[in-house]
Ligand binder design. Structure first.
Ligand SMILES: [Zn+2]
Length: 350
């Protein structure tokens, strides 16, 4: 694989390096000198261990500098969250951007470290995925002492084929982050994906949308997620609004968007079984004093695998445009991913 900038995918003209985990995060968690494991190589079965500081990717200087601005703003947001201090809606949007970057770079990282098991050139890089699709972030404060940095769910075949969901643990906070097409829209009352009709040799997937349900539910996913938690979900619909404008010409959608023109929905905050929208300048707090009683009773890896399985199976697909062979292939690939995720869930039963 030719070196490609982790942000834009072009060949960088100068030798800049981008860390998957920023230095401030490594320092904050005591991992600036420690090695970190992300699982094992699928070919050799050897554990992939790397020195976090040298876990870097090529990047253009301009891309690197542009992201450094977000990076600089996220550090104080993380510090506030660790201490249960107030943040704003805008802070959380920045944090979601940052998680888009962590997810995509972790994905590219595991691809490289597995020596590109699937021999596929990435179709997209960080810039093509930042703030482009529906996103979700849950935060759990364990109130546990001690420093740690841990990432789960990235060394699965499911994640490799589609980097939708991961868990990141930063000291006393556990984040579950996921992002993919319209994954939170339906539960937030927005137009949603009713059916996918894949067409051979077409890069795009044809989607049949359902009309906005105008009802919000605090239960976004069926799988049992990391709990207790406070979560944020945000519909992002620019691509789908261009595709089916009439579905988005809707008062509910407009009222619940920060930027309807550009397809940016509001943040929805779920807390204690209730859900509501928040404004960008609202003050938000993620303290959860009740979490302590559940400490040690919650599995960390299992929920993220369950969520990956749910996201994999969620879109209903009509295969009428595929040949018999393509249909068989579709089932084979899905079964392969599913079996592998179920196997992973068995191995990592904690
Ligand atoms: Zn670049």
């Amino acid at each position: 694989m030719k070196p490609a900038c982790v942000f834009c995918g072009n060949q960088p003209n100068d030798k800049n390096k981008e860390h998957v985990f920023p230095k401030w995060l490594l320092k904050m968690t005591g991992f600036d000198k420690k090695e970190m494991s992300v699982g094992s190589n699928w070919d050799t079965k050897k554990e992939i261990v790397f020195n976090s500081l040298s876990y870097t990717f090529p990047a253009c200087k301009s891309c690197n500098d542009a992201f450094a601005v977000i990076e600089g703003k996220v550090k104080p947001i993380m510090e506030k969250l660790l201490l249960d201090q107030d943040v704003t809606g805008l802070d959380i949007e920045l944090l979601l951007d940052w998680f888009d970057k962590i997810r995509i770079s972790a994905w590219l990282g595991v691809k490289y470290l597995n020596k590109d098991f699937f021999r596929m050139t990435p179709k997209y890089y960080i810039n093509q995925r930042k703030g482009i699709k529906d996103r979700y972030l849950s935060i759990t404060n364990t109130y546990q002492e001690g420093k740690t940095l841990n990432i789960s769910g990235i060394n699965t075949i499911g994640f490799m084929l589609s980097p939708t969901a991961l868990t990141l643990r930063v000291n006393n906070l556990i984040f579950v982050n996921c992002s993919s097409d319209l994954i939170v829209s339906r539960k937030l009352g927005f137009p949603y994906r009713k059916l996918e009709i894949p067409t051979p040799d077409s890069e795009t997937v044809d989607v049949i949308l359902g009309r906005a349900t105008k009802k919000m539910s605090p239960k976004i996913f069926d799988s049992k997620l990391y709990t207790p938690c406070i979560f944020i979900a945000q519909p992002i619909f620019k691509i789908y609004k261009e595709f089916q404008p009439s579905f988005y010409d809707d008062d509910y959608v407009k009222d619940n968007s920060y930027d309807h023109e550009n397809g940016v929905g509001k943040l929805f905050m779920g807390k204690g079984g209730k859900i509501k929208t928040v404004e960008r300048d609202d003050t938000l707090n993620f303290a959860m004093p009740d979490a302590k009683v559940n400490l040690g009773k919650i599995k960390v890896v299992q929920p993220i695998i369950d969520l990956q399985i749910e996201l994999l199976l969620e879109p209903k697909r009509n295969l009428k445009n595929l040949t018999a062979e393509q249909k068989v292939n579709e089932f084979k690939v899905k079964k392969l991913i599913l079996d592998s995720l179920i196997e992973t869930a068995k191995i990592y039963n904690y």
